[in-house]
Design a protein around this ligand. Structure first.
Ligand SMILES: Nc1ncnc2c1ncn2[C@@H]1O[C@H](COP(=O)(O)OP(=O)(O)OP(=O)(O)O)[C@@H](O)[C@H]1O
Length: 353
């Protein structure tokens, strides 16, 4: 498929706050002091727990929510203050896909995808080739006359993606688009989104509670907790240098690197005597990811290392790994200094006997 003229828009959140009137006259603060820059053409993953403020943040990009304070701009346009025709124009530039697809049950695949074009007043003669092109892009050529009830979850989301692209938006918002799908279907939908981003150049902002989704697709990311952005940056940097406990707990889910149960029950914050083992998390990043550093601790310093858990994987094209090791606590500081000197990151998790 040829690349169209569509290119992405940049999105800027500048000190955005959002409060809602809660029950009993109380105020619910959904977002506080949120500043975030999403580059044109980026795939930005926003991760947070339930109630963190993800949907509120996403809905500000197409003006479904307005900030109580601060500004949100898309392609330099102030979305929060736009009204009437200007707001409608911004909304045409911002497509959205949903966890539960939001398809119209009584319309076929073709007619669901045609809907935004009909609403925009596009002529029927133009709608037909445009919808056919979109159906081809999402690989549903043999399903064009089927109804949503006859489709799998992955196929329904493909219809949702085609419909969101119909008006040639500059931004695609994804509200937990893969959360209702099995892991294999999730991968096919993420691949489709990545291809769309590459071919059309549009900016994608996705919210999720799954770090695996962020790892697999996002070039940049933000972690939101209690309405605030606690960490943000290029995905690889956040993975490697995360400091906030919320980020770390999401990461431990995705890297699968957790303390084995036989140790987690008896780990202490401080050493309590001789013969203790220091438990250390070692993060391998960039060009050091594949260096045999742990073996060298043995040969260079004579320190024996026990490997407790670990995984090495890739984010984009960069190797990234996490290992949990233990070694003689009396030599912990020396070992950590050695590893840090060679470009690895270390963190003491505790001590076990
Ligand atoms: N229209 C509203 N009226 C009142 N409170 C709201 C409204 N919308 C959101 N909130 C509150 O704002 C906070 C953030 O909600 P939001 O839906 O943005 O979180 P979320 O991270 O998307 O959560 P989830 O993953 O569960 O959808 C929550 O405390 C929520 O109850």
């Amino acid at each position: 498929m040829t690349r169209t003229a569509t290119t992405g828009a940049s999105i800027h959140f500048e000190r955005v706050g959002k409060s809602f009137a809660g029950a009993d006259g109380t105020t619910v603060t959904a977002l506080q002091d949120v500043s975030l820059d999403v580059e044109a053409g980026a795939i930005c993953g926003i991760i947070g727990r339930s109630g963190a403020g993800k949907s509120t943040l996403l809905r500000m990009v197409n003006g479904l929510e307005r900030p109580t304070s601060g500004t949100v701009t898309v392609d330099g346009q102030d979305v929060g203050r736009a009204k009437g025709a200007k707001l409608r124009a911004i909304r045409r530039d911002v497509g959205m896909i949903f966890q539960h697809f939001n398809l119209m049950a009584q319309r076929t695949v073709f007619d669901n995808i045609a809907l935004p074009l009909e609403i925009a007043g596009v002529q029927t003669s133009e709608i037909r080739p445009r919808v056919s092109e979109l159906i081809q892009r999402v690989g549903l050529e043999t399903h064009r006359d089927r109804y949503p009830a006859e489709l799998s979850g992955g196929q329904k989301q493909r219809v949702g993606i085609a419909r969101a692209l119909a008006t040639r938006p500059k931004v695609l918002l994804s509200d937990e688009a893969t959360s209702a799908l099995d892991p294999e279907t999730t991968q096919t939908v993420l691949t489709l989104l990545r291809d769309i981003n590459r071919d059309l150049g549009l900016t994608i902002v996705l919210i999720t509670h799954e770090m695996g989704v962020v790892r697999d697709i996002a070039s940049q990311m933000a972690v939101i907790d209690g309405g605030r952005i606690v960490e943000a940056g290029p995905t690889y940097d956040v993975f490697v240098r995360s400091a906030h406990p919320t980020t770390r707990s999401f990461l431990s889910g995705v890297t699968g690197v957790k303390l084995p149960a036989f140790l987690s029950g008896r780990i202490q914050d401080a050493p309590s005597g001789a013969d203790e083992q220091e438990v250390i998390r070692v993060t391998f990043a960039g060009r050091h990811a594949t260096d045999p550093m742990l073996a060298r601790l043995g040969t260079d310093l004579g320190i024996d290392v026990n490997i407790l858990a670990g995984a090495i994987e890739e984010i984009g094209t960069h190797p990234f790994g996490n290992l949990l090791i233990s070694l003689n606590a009396a030599r912990g500081a020396e070992a950590r200094a050695y590893l840090e000197r060679h470009g690895l990151l270390t963190e003491v998790l505790g001590y076990v006997r």
